[in-house]
Ligand binder design. Structure first.
Ligand code: GDP
Ligand code: ZN
Length: 325
């Protein structure tokens, strides 16, 4: 309960919980969640983005002069970072979450099949904004193929954190809670990997819909690409409580990297980055067929995991189409 009611017309800071059609729910500093539109047409700091604001954004609002629970967004407070993906229909970057401390990239060891290249794309996108990533391999109660283990070892070798978990058997949950404690985190994952089940295991009060209880029709009608922020309390098995700001983004099919040119992609693969400078052809090397290319040499010598090279190549080729060189 508020001690003193906020006067109508007051200017407050708040954080975006969710938004649809440019109407946002904002958790304001006085503890009230208000429904707000955007005042004026352009939010300059969001120019060029598919959607001007995302869950996790901090904004200044003006409380409505008639209704205490409504207001207008006046201004966006500079973002610490933004997690994006390319909206393929419009070819513009789409904001998924803002101001995050950690990104949880949820994938499954099997069923749906392990998709390391989806993870690599997310890693590149996060690296662009210097957002740390925790790679979570859910469904580790199922048989884990050697190919999965090799990939995970390689990610670890490159400095990424990988956590095996099972929402079904409740393993790895404490470890994840310890890593997200006190942070604003965002999730990203392909549909069916068990992201909702995993988040429910982390915080049962979330009660997110999982495949079992949402029928197909329901899923279709609620398809949205906007994230939603939840303030949760997660409890580890020792009884300790951890507060977390969780921005859950809906499951997606594919992830297209946004905001860089094809030739920059290698710089966001740690194992390729260190080789670029040694390339005979310098920054103009495409690392595809040039003789004497250090990256091709490293690949031939087994210093780079071939599947990571293929991953780099697929992002490179995809972005190359959009550039003129
Ligand atoms: P989401 O689309 O990523 O949110 O996935 P859901 O949470 O809806 O789960 C998709 C399916 O995977 C459901 O049938 C779940 O029961 C199943 N599932 C979720 N987590 C696990 C797990 O850890 N192990 C196994 N074997 N199945 C799981
Ligand atoms: Zn090269």
């Amino acid at each position: 309960m508020q001690k003193y009611p906020t006067f109508l017309g007051a200017i407050l800071t708040g954080r975006i919980i969710k938004g649809t059609n440019n109407i946002f729910s904002i958790d304001c500093e006085d503890g009230v969640v208000r429904t707000c539109g955007i005042k004026g047409k352009v939010l300059k700091k969001s120019k060029g983005l598919y959607n001007p604001l995302a869950a996790g954004d901090f904004v200044n609002i003006e409380v409505d002069t008639h209704d205490e629970n409504e207001g207008m967004i006046l201004d966006l407070i500079e973002r610490k970072n933004k997690f994006l993906r390319e909206n393929q229909k419009t070819n513009t970057p789409q904001l998924l979450a803002a101001n995050i401390d950690l990104l949880l990239c949820v994938t499954s060891v099997a069923n749906p099949p392990f998709r390391p290249r989806f993870v690599d794309r997310v890693l590149v996108q996060a690296e662009i904004q210097h957002i740390p990533v925790l790679i979570v391999l859910n469904k580790s109660d199922l048989e884990i193929a050697d190919e999965v283990k090799t990939r995970c070892e390689d990610w670890r070798r490159l400095g990424y954190t990988v956590q095996f978990a099972s929402a079904k058997n409740k393993t790895g949950i404490d470890e994840i809670i310890e890593k997200i404690s006190g942070k604003t985190i965002a999730t990203v994952g392909q549909s069916g990997v068990g992201k909702s089940s995993l988040l429910n295991a982390i915080s049962p009060e979330l009660d997110l819909k999982t495949a079992e209880i949402s029928n197909k029709h329901d899923r279709g009608t609620h398809t949205t690409t906007q994230g939603e922020l939840f303030k949760i309390i997660a409890e580890t098995s020792d009884g300790k409580k951890h507060s977390v700001n969780l921005i859950d983004t809906p499951g997606i099919r594919s992830f297209v990297v946004s905001g860089i040119d094809a030739r920059d992609v290698a710089a966001y693969f740690p194992e390729l980055e260190e080789l670029i400078v040694q390339c005979k052809f310098g920054l103009s090397c495409t690392h595809t067929k040039e003789k004497g290319c250090k990256i091709n040499e490293a690949l031939a010598n087994g210093e780079i995991l071939p599947d990571r090279y293929i991953s780099w190549r697929s992002i490179y080729d995809e972005l190359k189409v959009k550039t003129s060189y």
